[in-house]
Design a protein around this ligand. Structure first.
Ligand code: BEZ
Length: 201
């Protein structure tokens, strides 16, 4: 299989962490790509008309996307380790979607900064994206610490990758302020081999 990827993407990182945690690294060849909304460059438009990553091309040539579909597929292939049985499954999926929402908002902030000259950026729009992230961090701190401290699952992996992306691209926002339990949890989670090996640089 081929995974079209860029390691700076937190969505790609979810998939690569899953591959490492489930012992499937050798099953997938990583294909680096680059592009943007203006110029798709080498993005996998033949496999995914949206030209987005991660996209996974399977041995029979069929493609899977987005990251949640790919992660579910690869976990199933490994015997179902990171998506537990219901009813915990519903929490895991909700937590994964919550973390993906942080990534969505953070990546939009990143693109606003790198694709627009400073005088054309919307401060209100940037703050609106950060408000989404800030509210979500509050909810993780208030309601999700018990789940985060439970058995490893894809919800935890997604939160770890989302927080890692905040450190990578939005460090000046200091997400740890006001979220001490989440900060402690992340310090331990980021020390996993799978996370250390995939840290964006
Ligand atoms: C980044 O460089 O921040 C990035 C790259 C690819 C996808 C998303 C984010």
């Amino acid at each position: 299989m081929r995974l079209f990827h860029a390691l700076a993407s937190p969505f790609v990182r979810k998939v690569v962490v899953l591959l490492k945690e489930t012992g499937q690294e050798t099953a997938v060849t990583l294909v680096p790509v680059a592009g943007n909304a203006v110029d798709p460059g080498t993005m996998p438009v033949a496999q995914n008309p949206l030209g987005k990553i991660p996209t996974l091309e399977r041995e029979d040539g069929t493609a899977l996307y987005d990251s949640r579909v790919i992660c579910r597929y690869l976990d199933d292939r490994a015997g179902g380790r990171l998506y537990p049985a219901a009813p915990r499954l519903w929490e895991t999926l909700t937590l994964e979607a919550t973390a993906d929402g942080i990534m969505d908002a953070a990546v939009l902030m990143r693109y606003e900064v790198i694709t627009r000259d400073e005088d054309k950026r919307s401060a209100a729009w940037l703050e609106g994206q950060w408000a989404k992230i800030s509210r979500t961090l509050d909810v993780l701190e208030a309601r999700w610490m018990s789940h985060l401290s439970g058995p490893l699952d894809m919800g935890q992996v997604a939160v770890g990758c989302a927080l890692g992306y905040l450190d990578f691209r939005l460090a000046d926002r200091d997400w740890r302020a006001g979220h001490p339990q989440l900060a402690d949890w992340y310090a331990a989670f980021a020390a996993r081999d799978s996370m250390k090996a995939t840290a964006p640089a």
